[in-house]
Design a protein around this ligand. Sequence first.
Ligand SMILES: Nc1ncnc2c1ncn2[C@@H]1O[C@H](COP(=O)(O)OP(=O)(O)OP(=O)(O)O)[C@@H](O)[C@H]1O
Ligand SMILES: O=C(O)C1=C[C@@H](O)[C@@H](O)[C@H](O)C1
Ligand SMILES: [Mg+2]
Length: 166
Amino acid sequence: MNKNIVIIGMPGSGKSTIGYMLSKKINMNYIDMDEYIEINENKSIKEMFQISEDYFRDVETRCSRSLSKLNSHIIATGGGVVKRKENINIFKENCIVVFLNRPLDNIMQDIDTNIRPLLAEGKNKLYNLYNERINLYKEYCDIEIMNNREITYALDQITELIENQN
Ligand SMILES: Nc1ncnc2c1ncn2[C@@H]1O[C@H](COP(=O)(O)OP(=O)(O)OP(=O)(O)O)[C@@H](O)[C@H]1O
Ligand SMILES: O=C(O)C1=C[C@@H](O)[C@@H](O)[C@H](O)C1
Ligand SMILES: [Mg+2]
C-alpha cells in the first residue's frame, strides 16, 4: 500500500503496540510520532510541555505535515493529535486514519501515568480526556477498530480492513 496508515486513539489504547505489530505483519515501516517529535526537536515531550502545551502542539502539527508526505508507513500518533483538526486534514491527504477504541477501564489497568505528562494529575484526567475527545476520534477516522479483547484480535481486524482498502 502506498498510503500511510495513521493510528489515533486515547493514551494507552494500544496504538504503539498494535501499530508496530501491524508493520511487521504487512511489511510496512513503523514510526511512533511521539518518538519522532522528540528526536526532531531534541527535547523530551515533558520538556516541551514545560515550555507550554501550545509549543508541543505546534511541533506536533509541523511533524504531521512531514510524516504525511511519506509513503507506506504506519504512524502511531500521540493521543492528542485530534485536538487540532488541521492535523487530521493534513493526514487525510495521503493516509488512512484508523481509530483504535479501547475501553477506558482496560486502559486504566495498565497505563503508567508517570511517563505521560497529561495524566500526571491522576487517572481522573483520563476520563476527562476521553469525554473531550471521543467524538473527535469517531468523526475524524476512516476506520474504527475495537480493541476490547486480546491484542491479536484487534490486529486481525485492522489487517483485514486495510487489505480491503486496496
Ligand atoms: N488488547 C489488549 N490486551 C492487553 N493489553 C493491551 C491491549 N491493548 C494494549 N495493551 C497494553 O496497553 C499498554 C498501552 O499500550 P500502548 O503503549 O501501545 O498504547 P498507546 O496508545 O501507544 O499509548 P500512548 O498514546 O500513551 O503512546 C501496553 O502495555 C499494551 O501492551
Ligand atoms: O493525549 C495527549 O494529549 C498526549 C499523548 C501523548 O502520546 C503525547 O503526545 C503527549 O503527552 C500528549
Ligand atoms: Mg504510544
